[in-house]
Write a protein that binds this ligand. Structure first.
Ligand code: NDP
Ligand code: MG
Length: 391
């Protein structure tokens, strides 16, 4: 039976299939062919992996972002009936196709925004890994999702935890959410140490293996800042209702405190496959053989306050959230450019935050930006940041 003729099989479009989240999502699909199929796969430049994935999962179509890679992909798939597209625009075109039931938004960065917007316009449920989409355009995205009655199910582990804690709570009021953070590889370190941190060291995360950009964001704590903004939009919270707590073991993935003071936590060993499969299968939980957490063997779960004076990115993100408008968009764009430069050894670790700080203080503030204005702010912040670093 083909995937499309079986209504029990959910057809997933994986935008960013060659990344850390994308490949783990394909592992989940491979483990549950009776529940999921991969109908759209997209990559930016890794055409070899895209071809390999396409031959294994036989999707309806693939997109390679880099147009120079179109012919190699087309040739390699010429014996199949898989459609091949290339270029940025093609991402939006395939997002509008009817051949899938849910988009897994797993492109990294601002580039994920447009295709996700198109999917929502076309009433496709979203499993959202790409937090930058909500950071940049949370208000517009959530409004559109509401209008189109599109569920946005978080994949980010903290937000998946909160989402899971809220299942069955109806209209019960959230007093606050407690967003846990591992603290990253430099937890407890001070600027005199951080000033000498190099790329390879910053890429070593203690608990998670992820793509390069989010790993650096985790080291600066910008990732937690982006997640605070993501949580605000997903769960309709005021900034005061979001508390960040350092929890180095990454066993509690986040918590919700309700109006009666009761706190619910979602726990488990750190493994992104769990929130990925939860989002894809929601409202069902599906069996797996992932390792289980054993309370008898692991006695210590510890908690701490984040050091926002050292890890200023978190403070900058919270400020941007409070200011609202295009500020989070500017913060995100400057951060993307600065992380890009750091990964190429063009700037130091502490410079990442410095670039973001200057951008949020120099680009014109817009209180109620349209989507076009957000695109313009993004471009402006990128140019400004690149100029600072002479990129
Ligand atoms: P990766 O860098 O591993 O993968 C990114 C994916 O996006 C790849 O498929 C890549 O293609 C594609 N891509 C990169 N740039 C572009 C572009 N300009 N246009 C189109 N596609 C592009 O990232 P992750 O999987 O780590 O992260 C993806 C998203 O999920 C991020 O927003 C991240 O914050 C979020 N997330 C990730 C977690 C994780 O554990 N990794 C945890 C929680 C959230 P190619 O391979 O060809 O470059
Ligand atoms: Mg996270």
């Amino acid at each position: 039976m083909t995937a499309t003729s079986n209504t029990l099989v959910k057809r997933i479009a994986i935008f960013g299939s060659t990344g850390s989240i994308g490949t783990q999502a394909l592992d989940v699909i491979a483990a549950h062919p009776d529940k999921f199929s991969a109908e759209i796969l997209t990559a930016h430049s890794n055409h070899e992996l895209l071809i390999e994935q396409a031959l294994k999962f036989n999707p309806n179509c693939v997109v390679i972002g880099d147009e120079k890679k179109y012919m190699p992909v087309k040739d390699a798939l010429s014996m199949t009936d898989i459609k091949v597209f290339a270029g940025e625009k093609a991402l939006e075109e395939v997002a509008a196709m009817d051949c899938y039931d849910m988009m897994l938004a797993a492109i990294v960065g601002f580039a994920g925004l447009k295709p996700t917007m198109v999917a929502i316009e076309n009433a496709k449920p979203i499993a959202l890994a790409n937090k930058e989409t909500l950071v940049v355009a949370g208000s517009i995205i959530m409004q559109k999702a509401y209008e189109k009655r599109v569920p946005i199910i978080p994949v980010d582990s903290e937000h998946s935890a909160i989402f899971q804690c809220l299942v069955g709570e109806g209209r019960n009021r959230i007093e606050k959410i407690i967003l846990t953070a591992s603290g990253g590889p430099f937890f407890g370190k001070k600027p005199n140490f951080l000033v000498n941190v190099k790329r390879d060291h910053a890429l070593q995360h203690p608990n998670w293996t992820m793509g390069a950009k989010i790993t650096i964001d985790s080291a600066t704590l910008m990732n937690k800042g982006l997640e605070v903004i993501e949580a605000k939009w997903l769960f309709n919270l005021e900034p005061e209702q979001i508390q960040v707590v350092i929890h180095p073991q990454s066993i509690i993935h986040s918590m919700v405190q309700f109006n009666d003071g009761s706190i619910k936590a979602q726990m488990g060993l750190p493994d992104m496959k769990l929130p990925i499969q939860y989002a894809m299968a929601y409202p069902n939980r599906i069996d797996n053989n992932f390792p289980r957490y054993d309370f008898r063997r692991n006695s210590t779960l510890s908690f701490d306050e984040p050091d926002m004076r050292t890890f200023r990115s978190l403070a900058l993100a919270i400020d941007a959230m409070k200011k609202g408008g295009n500020m989070p968009c500017i913060l995100n764009a400057a951060n993307e450019i600065a992380v890009y430069a750091f990964l190429r050894n063009r700037i130091g670790f502490l410079d990442i935050t410095e670039v973001v700080d200057r951008a949020v203080n120099n680009i014109t503030f817009i209180e109620n930006p349209s989507l076009d204005e957000l695109f313009a702010s993004d471009e402006q912040a990128r140019e400004f940041s690149a100029g600072l670093m002479e990129l």
